[in-house]
Design a protein around this ligand. Structure first.
Ligand code: ATP
Length: 297
């Protein structure tokens, strides 16, 4: 038995003379949502193809539960939503999903699933007349259909409007709530920041980060941003606090996480001269820049 739904150990993959994945290890537990980030060409799609058993690997190992990628068991237990999902345009959404259910041997509530992904009104229309977002929703219904142990989602929200994105993440949460290990390859940092449990970052085929946002933040030691609004004279406040004036009325300070309380105490000591303080910890964007930057060795 294993408590990991997805286990990747020291995976290596070469494309010609180039090593495009180098000793990548990644573990995803049931119910966990992990974001897979990296610049273009970092190796995200290659990693997903390797998990799906669509490409031969040159070293290391991958297990879906205990099954090898590409085996009948792994195929049953893995669901994949590609970035640009495509279906037969002449079929209706309902017909397409019924076909998938029959092929996978699942007894499924096809109409219920289509309602769940917001296609109640469109399920009897031809897929050829669906928008990209509607096709993406149908793809997600297909992912839900198999009750997968591992769900691999490649840029699942690209091209979707903000409401559809929210809906899609709600369904991803449900999928994880049912015990699926979810790996989401994405460039949408703000979204995954709020909707995943862990962040893994690939840089040129090497995993350079793999932890919760809070731990990555602590490890990176990036500064916390404090914005202090002055009652009257922002220049005088900037001179006293040592920060810089950012607009007519505020002063911005960057402080080491370890010095946060000291900084807050000196701000409080300013008394009436300060009317408000905002504190912003490093965002995923800052962390991503830190971990994925090209100059990092
Ligand atoms: N079929 C292929 N033949 C040769 N090289 C390939 C092939 N597919 C990918 N590569 C190379 O492997 C490396 C990793 O590519 P991959 O598509 O996995 O990156 P990615 O992180 O998914 O990028 P993106 O964010 O642009 O989708 C790149 O250097 C790419 O050029």
């Amino acid at each position: 038995m294993t408590d990991k739904a997805l286990t990747i150990e020291t995976l290596c993959k070469d494309r010609g003379p180039t090593r495009v994945l180098s000793d990548v290890s990644l573990h995803v537990a049931p119910g966990e949502r992990v974001a897979l980030l990296g610049h273009n060409g970092a190796g995200k799609s290659t990693l997903i193809k390797s998990i799906l058993g669509l490409t031969r690997i040159d070293g290391g190992s991958i297990r879906i539960g205990t099954a090898a990628p590409g085996s009948a068991q792994a195929r049953r237990e893995t669901a994949y939503l590609p970035e640009a999902v495509s279906f037969h345009p002449a079929l209706t959404g309902r017909e397409q999903l019924r076909l998938f259910a029959r092929l996978s041997g699942e007894r499924a509530d096809v109409s219920g699933l289509l309602e769940r992904v917001g296609l109640a009104d469109a399920m009897d229309r031809r897929i050829g007349a669906y928008s990209k977002g509607m096709r993406q929703r149908l793809g997600l219904a297909q992912v839900l259909l198999g009750k997968p142990r591992v769900a691999l989602l490649d840029e699942p929200t690209s091209g979707l409007d903000p409401i559809s994105r929210q809906d899609l993440y709600a369904i991803i949460d449900e999928l994880a709530g049912q015990g699926a290990a979810v790996l989401i390859a994405s460039h949408a940092l703000t979204e995954v920041e709020a909707r995943t449990d862990r962040i893994a970052i690939l840089r040129k085929g090497v995993k350079v980060a793999d932890d919760t946002l809070a731990n990555l933040s602590a490890l990176a030691g990036l500064p916390i941003r404090l914005r202090v609004r002055a009652r009257e004279n922002a220049d005088a406040l900037a001179a006293r606090l040592g920060g810089s004036r950012v607009n007519g009325a505020s002063v911005e300070l960057l402080c080491d996480p370890a010095d946060k309380m000291t900084a807050l105490r000196s701000i409080a000591a300013m008394g009436e001269a300060v009317v408000d303080v905002d504190m912003t910890p490093p965002r995923l964007e800052d962390l991503y820049r830190h971990y994925a930057k090209e100059t990092l060795q």
